[in-house]
Write a protein that binds this ligand. Structure first.
Ligand code: PLP
Length: 401
C-alpha cells in the first residue's frame, strides 16, 4: 500500500541536494539555491504524470481539498456534496471552508452513488466531491455528467488513489480539480504533503495565490510578490525537503509501487477467493486500479463478523471499515455531538446559537448494508512467503466456518 516501504537511496540523494544548498523554502533565496527548486519540479512532473496542465503542491491532502474549495469560491451558505464513506478529512475541509457537507450513499464500487447524488443537489450546491476510495475509481464519468448538467464543479478526492486511472485517464483529471495526499500511509509519501491538479489556468492562479497569503508568483518566477494581492489567503506551502522526496517517490510510482501492489493483490485475491460466498468490490477498470487495497464482501453481516474474527485470530486481521471510527460518518462521535473548540459552536452552530447542521447516523441505510459485509486488506508493495502463508492458512481456517 504505501510508498514508505520503498523509501531508499533515491529519496536520500534528493534530500542531500536540498541540504547542500541549505534552502528549505520553495520560493526566493535565488543566489543560494543553485537553481534547485524541488517543489516546483515536483509540481511540473506530477502534472505531466497525471496529464494535467497545472499542479499546486500543498502541506497535506486536507489542505489540498481546502485550497481547491477556496479556488472555486466555496464559502459560508454553500452546500458541498460528498459521500458518507470517506476519511473525515473530506468533511473537515468542507466545514473549514465555511460550507455544509451534504452526503450521499455509496454502492459496491465503495464510492459515490450517482443516483443518490442527483437527489441531493439543491440550489445551494456549489461543489461535488466524489472520493476514489482505496485506489479504485468512483463512477466519475456519470458523476461528471450529472455535475455538468447542473453547472456544478467537481473536485475529485484522489487522496487514496495516486496513479490510478479509468479508461486510460488518470483519476483526479476528470473534474475541475483533483486532490492528492502524500501522508505517511499513502501510495506515495512525502511524510506530509498534498497536491491539487487542474487544467484551469484561473483555478491554478487562485490556488497559487491562496496557498501563500495571496502572493502572486507570476511576475517574479521562483519568488513572490509583484503585488497587489487580489484576496486574503493562508499558508499551505510545501517545503523543499518534501518536494525532493516527492520527486523520488513519483519516479517509483508506476515501476515499483503500483507494479508491486498489482502483483501482490492478484496473489491475495486468489487466496481470499477460497472463502465461501465471497465476492469482490466492483472495480470499474481493473487495468487502472492502483491495487492498494483488496476489498471483499461476505454474504451478510454475520458472516463478515465471523470471518473477520477468524482471520484476526489466525494472525491475518482484515479492516472492517464499518466498525472503525475514521471512515464512515455514523461513527464520528464529534460530528454527532456537534463538538467544536469554537466557543460559538461553529461550524455546527450559527452565531445566534441555532444548530446549523445535524447529521442523522441512520441516513444512509444502503451504505451501512455495504459496510456491514465489507472486509479489506491493505496490499503491501513488498510481500514475502511468510505473509502469504499466514494469509492462506487464516483463510483456510475461516473457510471452515
Ligand atoms: C479520502 C481522503 N481524503 C483526504 C485525506 C487527507 O489527507 P492528509 O492526511 O494528507 O491530510 C485522506 C487521508 O487519509 C483521505 O484518505
Amino acid at each position: 500500500m504505501p510508498g514508505f516501504e520503498v523509501f531508499g537511496e533515491e529519496e536520500r540523494r534528493e534530500i542531500e541536494e536540498v541540504l547542500a544548498t541549505g534552502v528549505l523554502f520553495r520560493y526566493e533565496f535565488g543566489p543560494q539555491r543553485n537553481g534547485i527548486y524541488k517543489v516546483r519540479q515536483f509540481e511540473e512532473r506530477f502534472a505531466a504524470y497525471c496529464g494535467a496542465a497545472h499542479a499546486q503542491a500543498v502541506t497535506s491532502g486536507t489542505a489540498a481539498l481546502k485550497v481547491a474549495l477556496a479556488a472555486l469560491g466555496v464559502g459560508p451558505g454553500d452546500e458541498v456534496i460528498t459521500q458518507g464513506f470517506t476519511f473525515v478529512a473530506t468533511w473537515e475541509a468542507i466545514f473549514d471552508a465555511g460550507a455544509e457537507p451534504v452526503f450521499t450513499e455509496i454502492d459496491e464500487t465503495l464510492n459515490m452513488d450517482p443516483a443518490d447524488l442527483e437527489k441531493k443537489i439543491t440550489p445551494r450546491t456549489r461543489a461535488i466531491i466524489p472520493v476514489h476510495m482505496m485506489g479504485a475509481p468512483a463512477r466519475i464519468e456519470e458523476i461528471r455528467a450529472i455535475a455538468e448538467r447542473h453547472g456544478i464543479p467537481v473536485i475529485e478526492d484522489t487522496a487514496q488513489a495516486a496513479g490510478a486511472s479509468l479508461h486510460g485517464k488518470k483519476l483526479g483529471t476528470f473534474g475541475a480539480c483533483g486532490t492528492f495526499s502524500f501522508d505517511p500511509v499513502k501510495t506515495m509519501t512525502t511524510g506530509e504533503g498534498g497536491m491539487v491538479v487542474t487544467d484551469s489556468e484561473e483555478l491554478a492562479r487562485n490556488m497559487s495565490e491562496y496557498h501563500d497569503h495571496g502572493h502572486d508568483h507570476v511576475p517574479n518566477p521562483g519568488g513572490r510578490g509583484g503585488e497587489g494581492r487580489r484576496f486574503i489567503g493562508f499558508n499551505y506551502r510545501m517545503m523543499e525537503l518534501q518536494g525532493a522526496i516527492g520527486l523520488a517517490q513519483l519516479a517509483k510510482l508506476d515501476s515499483v509501487i503500483l507494479a508491486g501492489q498489482r502483483r501482490n493483490k492478484a496473489v491475495m485475491k486468489e487466496i481470499v477467493s477460497a472463502l465461501p460466498g465471497v465476492t469482490f468490490r466492483t472495480v470499474l477498470d481493473e487495468a487502472g486500479d492502483n491495487a492498494g487495497f483488496l476489498a471483499f464482501f461476505l454474504p451478510d453481516a454475520n458472516a463478515a463478523a465471523r470471518v473477520a474474527e477468524r482471520l484476526a485470530g489466525e494472525g491475518a486481521p482484515a479492516i472492517r471499515f464499518g466498525e472503525n471510527t475514521w471512515h464512515f460518518y455514523p461513527k464520528w462521535e464529534h460530528l454527532h455531538a456537534g463538538a467544536s473548540l469554537a466557543r460559538s459552536g461553529w461550524p455546527f452552530v450559527r452565531g445566534e446559537g441555532k444548530r446549523r447542521v445535524k447529521y442523522d447516523p441512520a441516513a444512509l441505510p444502503r451504505s451501512a448494508a455495504v459496510m456491514d459485509r465489507l472486509l479489506v486488506y491493505p496490499v503491501p508493495v513488498r510481500m514475502d512467503d511468510e505473509f502469504t502463508g499466514r494469509l492462506r492458512q487464516a483463510v483456510a481456517k475461516a473457510a471452515q466456518g
